[in-house]
Design a protein around this ligand. Sequence first.
Ligand SMILES: [Zn+2]
Length: 177
Amino acid sequence: MSVSVDDVIRGKYPMLFVSKSWKTAQQDCASLRRTYAYLSQGTRPRKKATQIRDVKRYLRVATLNREGIVVVKQDQPFALSRETTVITRHLLRGILTALHLQLGHPSASQLQKVFGRYFYALDSEKELKEITSACADCAALKQLPRELPEFSTTHQITWRRTNKSRCSTGNAKPCCR
Ligand SMILES: [Zn+2]
């Protein structure tokens, strides 16, 4: 059974990667490990600390959930806010690529919707634009001509012409020559 982008956005399917141990993955990332430490201790980095740009960005939006996972709460109209799991930079590309393939090559904006329903990552939009523009299958689809060739039983490709002036049979209907 295939899963559509809409199904995932509407929450019909639990996320495809929930079984992963997010806490372990987050602890593998130096920036998220520091973010975790600040959040669990209730402290903040010194203003002058310059080497921790990512940590500061995480601290602006993130909290810890009950399992000790760094999450970002997304407010929803007329509903409880939703927790999205913070994904480390080094896992981001792999996850977005897997989602792009698993969901049948959605566009960058569709992929952002799916991703954002469950996850949060720094610079995810930039990354997923790169993934969709670098995808060979998506590029091949874009290059298809407007009028598709028809495959006849003799395996000859004939082009359906809509330009009547080029049709030598003089039929009113566009024909194949
Ligand atoms: Zn693609």
